[in-house]
Design a protein around this ligand. Structure first.
Ligand SMILES: [Zn+2]
Length: 615
């Protein structure tokens, strides 16, 4: 480069420098002299901004360590009301930038705080096209800025009901959660709600320097910065593979599947259909979306596994048989002749088999599910005996699982009838229906799954649970839950074994009602049930456990409008149960498959921590 060119370049740089300097001087004079008083106030109040940093919420894992719920980064738009109101059309520009109604934003989100410097959260989880638009508009929206915040993310999108969801704290909740502020996210249902305190973590904050337009210039470390403390992890007993299978089997159906590890009481599957997308609550759900969910006649928000009570139908017959034997009103050699119906007083009650079963003994009463056998047994037991038969297995009261709004079910008692009909207003005729799980009797799928587990466990009932431990990723400390509470059996083993034999015959007997569930590679026992439904086709139940000789899991399926237990409930519960057992007994079979990338469709994320987990 020649000297002449160099000189020219130097000169132009000097010229540019002078020009910039002149502009700065002009601006300085304008700010200090012309707009001085106003700017000084603004600069002193607003030069440093206090920014809160939400803590990443604890993740939720299945029993192998797979992530059921995680977090992903998202952009949240904040606005400082006082800055935005300085410019008469800034809110309009902002409304365009983040696709929100400016009128609503101004009146609802900003005006109540119009003189405040405290930033207000205006929109969570800005999608990418809007990020670009925000950047283009930035000069015209003083005081609006973006923050990167963690947002709930559902890798496999499974177990929405059991997990629950998070949403912005309501006015009512503000008083219940000290330390939280309007706009913060809290768990609203399921595990997210019950373990909110563990999951939440501790917010951090920083002081940042902002320019005259309210834009952050840089973060001043020395001014103070407290990092957020991440929330604790929930290590659940859920099994993502069993859960995905159950949910796929419930496609286009209304119903529930619950499975339990009978050795621990841990719930490995809790599925309810139809389901919903918990993701829609993590932003700010529109009232139209919310109403659509609430008014959906199929009630997708309902966790049918624990919140819905149905007549359990014949699934509870094993409990009746056990109490019959235990109380001594019948002996193991007792039997009845079933002509297809039973008349009591002036009413005739039908057996499900029109022509009748002929002679039926104790084992066959379960295998063939003869109603007449149980009508007669129920009358022999009386109201107190029937009540004992069911409450022994914790039916009629909440199981106490870590879920919100658990229904208690209903087991009628003498007090119940007296209260409802008056001391002389009811007769033992009421008991005939209750004896086959109809009438007043109600149960949840979870209760019946725990009941099946108790039969598998020789009569010992275990309190089901979902969260096995709470893990602190900062200290690497795992707080494992105490073993599930147990209610010891008060019945001789031989009587439980009779029920077990009957349930085995349901599947393996020549006349069993669930013979379609025979599979020599995995021997299961079960009981079908059909629940009368006043609103349409009957509901179909199937409860089961297996393997018969050394039980590992129990499972319960309820299919609304499924018509029958053997046709609708059996194939679903049987399939889920067998897969859970096979995956545990023959893991190599399933490993091969996933190496071929044939399954699962949504590969869950496995983090190294999972290797340290004990199942
Ligand atoms: Zn019969």
């Amino acid at each position: 480069m020649s000297q002449r060119n160099e000189a020219l370049r130097d000169a132009s740089f000097i010229g540019l420098g002078i020009l910039i300097f002149a502009v700065l001087v002009y601006r300085l004079v304008q700010l200090q002299v012309v707009e001085g008083p106003e700017y000084r106030e603004k600069s002193e109040d607003n030069r440093i901004r206090f920014v809160e940093m939400p803590a990443p919420r604890g993740v939720i894992r299945d029993r192998h360590g797979y992530l059921l719920v995680s977090n992903r980064p998202s952009y949240t738009c904040y606005g400082v009301p006082r800055d935005l109101f300085r410019d008469s059309i800034a809110v309009e520009h902002l409304g365009f930038a983040i696709a929100r109604d400016p009128q609503e934003m101004r009146e609802v989100q900003l005006r109540p705080y119009r003189n405040a410097f405290r930033p207000q959260r205006l929109r969570r989880d800005l999608p990418y096209p809007l990020l670009a638009r925000f950047e283009e508009t930035r000069d015209r929206i003083p005081g609006a800025y973006l923050e990167i915040e963690p947002k709930r993310f559902y890798p496999g999108n499974v177990a929405a009901h059991a997990i629950g969801y998070v949403a912005e704290i309501s006015d009512d909740e503000l008083s219940k959660y000290p330390g939280l502020q309007s706009g913060d996210l809290v768990g609203k249902r399921g595990l997210e709600k019950l373990y909110d305190k563990d999951l939440r973590g501790v917010k951090g904050n920083r002081l940042s320097v902002v320019d005259v337009h309210g834009q952050e210039v840089h973060t001043e470390q020395s001014l103070g910065r407290i990092e957020p403390v991440p929330g604790q992890e929930l290590w659940t007993s859920l099994d993502i593979f069993g859960q995905m299978l159950a949910e796929s089997l419930l496609t286009d159906k209304i119903g529930s599947v619950v499975a339990m590890d009978v050795r621990t009481g841990g719930i490995v599957v809790m599925a309810s259909a139809p389901s919903y997308d918990p993701d829609i609550f993590a932003g700010s759900i529109s009232s139209a979306d919310w109403n659509a969910l609430l008014n959906d006649p199929d009630k997708p928000m309902l966790n049918r596994s624990v919140q819905t009570m149905y007549p359990p139908g014949s699934t509870i017959k094993p409990a009746m048989l056990i109490e019959g034997l235990n109380s001594g009103v019948i002996s193991p050699s007792w039997g009845v002749s079933c002509p297809g119906s039973f008349t009591y007083g002036n009413r005739t009650f039908k057996c499900w088999k029109k022509g009748g079963h002929g002679y039926i003994d104790c084992t066959q009463s379960l295998a063939q599910s003869c109603d007449v056998f149980y009508y007669k047994l129920g009358l022999l037991l009386g109201v107190d005996g029937i009540n004992r038969a069911f409450t022994r297995f914790h039916l009629g009261s909440q199981t106490g699982i870590d879920q919100t709004s658990e229904a208690s079910g209903l087991v009628p008692s003498r007090e119940y009838y007296d209260k409802r009909y008056g001391a002389n207003g009811w007769s033992t005729g009421f008991l005939v229906s209750v004896s086959i799980g109809q009438g007043e009797m109600l149960a949840t799928p979870l209760q019946l799954c725990a009941f099946a587990a108790a039969i598998a466990n020789d009569g010992v009932w275990k309190r089901p649970f979902l969260v096995d431990g709470v893990y602190d990723p900062s200290t690497h400390v795992l707080q494992k839950r105490a073993p599930a509470e147990e209610i010891a059996s008060d019945v001789p083993l031989s009587m439980i074994e009779m029920a077990q034999r009957g349930m085995t015959e349901v599947v393996w007997g020549a006349a069993g009602t669930a013979r379609k569930q025979q599979d020599d590679s995995c021997r299961i026992a079960g009981k079908t049930g059909t629940a009368q439904n006043a609103h349409g086709d009957d509901h179909g139940w199937f409860i089961c456990y297996g393997p018969v000789d050394n039980p590992m899991y129990s499972c319960c399926a309820l299919i609304e409008f499924g018509k029958s237990g053997s046709g609708a409930g059996g194939p679903v519960a049987g399939e889920v149960l067998r897969q859970l057992i096979r995956r545990e007994l023959y893991p190599e079979l399933y490993k091969k498959k996933s190496e071929d990338e044939t399954e699962p469709e949504v590969e869950p994320q496995l983090e190294p921590i999972a290797e340290n987990r004990t199942p």
